[in-house]
Design a protein around this ligand. Sequence first.
Ligand code: BGC
Length: 415
Amino acid sequence: MAMKFPDGFLWGTATAAHQVEGGNFNSDYWLTEHLPVTPFVEPSGDSCDQYHRYREDCALLARLGFNSYRFSIEWARVEPEPGEFSAAAIEHYRRVIGACQDHGLAPVVTLHHFSSPRWFAARGGFETAETGELFARYCERIAHDLGDLFAMACTINELNSVVHLQHSGVLPPDEYILQLPWRVEAARRNSTTPERFSMFPFAARGVTGDFILQAHRLGAAALRSGRGRFPIGMTVAMQEIEAVPGGEENAARASRESEDHFLEAARGDDFVGVQTYSRRRYGEGGPLPPAPGAKLTQMGYEDRPEALEATIRHAHAVARVPIVVTESGIATEDEARRIAFVREALRGAARCIKDGIDVRGYYYWSAFDNFEWLAGYAPKFGIIAVDRTTQVRTVKPAGQWLGRVARANSTEIGD
Ligand code: BGC
C-alpha cells in the first residue's frame, strides 16, 4: 500500500538545548552533573557545541531533505537571574531561527525541555504555586522578541514526565527523592532546602502535575499575546499501555493518570505533541519489565515501533486536536534496525492519517548522538554521529534514508 503523507507534512528531527548546545553553565542540570555525588554518569560538557555550530547543523539537516527543525530555547541562558533577561542570549536564538529559515527549515521551538535556570530549581521548580507566573514571564519575553519568527511552539516538553515516570515504576517514592544525596547537596549550594530544590522531572510532590498544567496554560497565553500567530501546544510522553491478565485496573489507572489527565488539558490547544518510544505492560502488581525474550533498545526498554500508531490513536481519541509527532526514535548502533524501526513507526502514522486523524508532522529523536541525560553519551539516538573531540558530524545510513523519505513524502522509497 502506498504510504504517501499529506502535502505540507512537516519532516524534521528534534533536539533540546541542554542535550546539544554545550556549556549550559547556569542550568540546574549543569549544577547537578558536577556534584561530588551525582546521578549522571558523565557531565554534558561541550556536548555537540551546537551553540556555535547551529548554522552548519541547519545546513546539513536541510541538505538531507528535512523541511523543519525542532529545538529548544534555554531558559537558563535567557533569564540568568530572576527577572533579568539577556538580550544577547535572545539574539542568539534569533540567529538560530534565521539559520533555519535560510535553509528552508520551519523552526519549531520548545520553551522548556527539562533544564531550568538554577535559581528556578532553588525556588521550588515546578513544585510551587508561583511556577506558572515565572514560566509565563519568560514566555512573554520570548514571544515579544521572537514570536513573529516561530512556525510552531511547544510550551513544556513532556509535562507529564513526573507522573509518567512514577507510573512506569522508574521514579522512587517522594520521601526517598527528598533524601537523595545530590538533592541535599544541590540545595545546600543554593542556600535552600532539599524540600525546595526541585529539578524537572525529579519532582517529589504529587501536586506537580497541576502546577505544570497551570504553567502550560499561562505560558501558552503569554505566547499568544506576543507578536506572531503560530500553533501552540504541549508535548506528552506516551507509551502503548497494555495489560496482562489481572493488570487491567493498573493499566487503566496508568493511562488515566499519566496520560489522559494531560491530554484532556490539551483540548483547547492548537495541537498536541505525541512522544512515543515504547510499550509498557501492567500486571496485577503494577508495571512489568519487558517480556522475556523481547528485543530491547540501548535504553533497556522494548523495541516496539508499533507503539507510535497506538499512541497517536489514543491521543486523538482523548485530546481531539491535531497531532504532531514531536518525538519518535530508537537508541541503537545498528542502522538497519533504526531504519526498520522508523519505517514501521511511520507506516503506523500513515495508517492513522488514512483513517482521518490529523497528523501534521514527524520529528525523529534525535538529529545527533547527544547528551542522553542520566545515561550520558552512551545511547545512540542520532541519525548523525558526532565526534566530540573534533565536533565532526557524520551522517549515518538512517539519516540519508530518512532524508529521502522526507523528500519523497512517503516511506515507500526502497532502501
Ligand atoms: C525526551 C528527550 C530524551 C528522549 C530519549 C524524551 O523523553 O524528551 O529529551 O532524550 O526521550 O530518551
